[in-house]
Design a binder for this molecule. Structure first.
Ligand code: TXA
Ligand code: MG
Length: 314
């Protein structure tokens, strides 16, 4: 865990417009001052992220969030129930929010999250304002769940990495659109079933005319190796990643006992290890994972990891 002095230095870097990778309970984020155009532009450059893909503003709590977005009673109730935690709310942007227009990609909504990780909270408090923070990986690659993953992907492009150990949730936040009827924009660390218990049925997807969560880019979380899904018996040469007790011969396992919480926490590290084992031109085969609870988010990430890459498409 970073020291008081380390946190103070990180906050100074942010105030000067620099970039700091911070641990959150979902994945590591690449943080910059959300009100500083140059800092936000540097986030896009460091990740080689397309400018049309908006960022999440991270806040200390509801009070800071309400300076950025318009909260109705539903949004307040959901925030009270799930913050701090792995839930991002997309809400109408306040005219006086003061965010860099790059954060919202000039949309009239803003994505906001209050992270639960003690280091993220401490950094937000030391900085004293909203931090724009996408996952700290080069755009299109596997999200980082350990400080080493961040260094491997972004070394030389950012000022500092705060090491908060492995991320407990291991998969990005659930993104819930509340700019109208509730819409699931990205399955994630809070199972949609938990949100539906509070809000009633939630449709998936969103408005085709608005950019949505990383979702829209079919290929994402891409390892070097090719990926096959739903595999109960691997082909010769494939690195087999199991789930549950039925995969005794697997090279790796997301969770030997078949626990979805453990599988989410392991997923991105397993994808990296499998990629290393597979080697150049290799192939990875994943065992089936049930499509319920966190399984929905896990399968969403696996489908994107398996999708044809832009350079492989004709
Ligand atoms: O768990 C997380 O959410 C992590 C940690 C670091 O907090 N962050 C993260 O950020 O996953 P990122 O940039 O990798 O994914 C955020 C997604 C983007 O794909 C973007 O499309 C969507 O949020 N998003 C941001 N603002 C939006 C908006 N106004 N409307 C719809 N989607 C939005
Ligand atoms: Mg990301």
């Amino acid at each position: 865990m970073p020291s008081e002095e380390g946190l103070a230095r990180a906050a100074d870097i942010l105030r000067a417009g620099g970039l700091v990778a911070m641990p959150t309970e979902t994945v590591y984020g690449l943080a910059g001052d959300a009100r500083n155009n140059l800092a936000v532009a540097r986030i896009f450059a460091a990740k080689a992220r397309p400018r049309f893909n908006p960022l999440i503003a991270h806040v200390t709590g509801v009070e800071m969030a309400e300076t950025l977005a318009v909260f109705d009673d539903r949004a307040r109730a959901v925030a009270a129930a799930f913050w701090p935690g792995a839930l991002t709310l997309v809400l109408p942007l306040r005219a006086d929010a003061g965010l860099s227009p790059l954060v919202t990609a000039r949309l009239d909504t803003v994505a906001i999250r209050c992270p639960a990780h003690a280091v993220a909270q401490a950094l937000l408090k030391a900085f004293g304002g909203p931090l724009a923070a996408p996952s700290a990986n080069p755009s299109g690659r596997v999200s980082p769940t350990r400080a080493d993953h961040v260094r491997q992907g972004l070394a030389g492009r950012i000022e500092a990495v705060l090491d908060g150990g492995p991320c407990a949730v291991g998969i990005e936040s659930t993104i819930l659109g509340l700019d109208g009827a509730p819409v699931l924009l990205r399955p994630g660390g809070i199972p949609v079933e938990a949100l539906e218990a509070m809000l009633g049925p939630i449709v998936t997807g969103g408005d085709a005319h608005k950019p949505n969560a990383p979702g829209q880019l079919a290929s994402h979380y891409a390892p070097e190796a090719g990926v096959r899904l739903g595999v109960t018996g691997p082909m010769p040469g494939e690195v087999w990643v199991g789930f549950g007790p039925g995969c005794a011969g697997a090279d790796l396992s997301l969770s030997p006992v078949g626990d979805l919480v453990e599988a989410a926490a392991t997923l991105f590290q397993a994808l990296r290890e499998a990629d290393d084992l597979a080697g150049p031109g290799g192939r990875i085969a994943f065992a089936p994972v049930p499509e319920s609870g966190l399984g929905r988010a896990i399968n969403d990430r696996l489908r994107r990891a398996a999708a044809p890459r832009p350079h492989q498409q004709p």
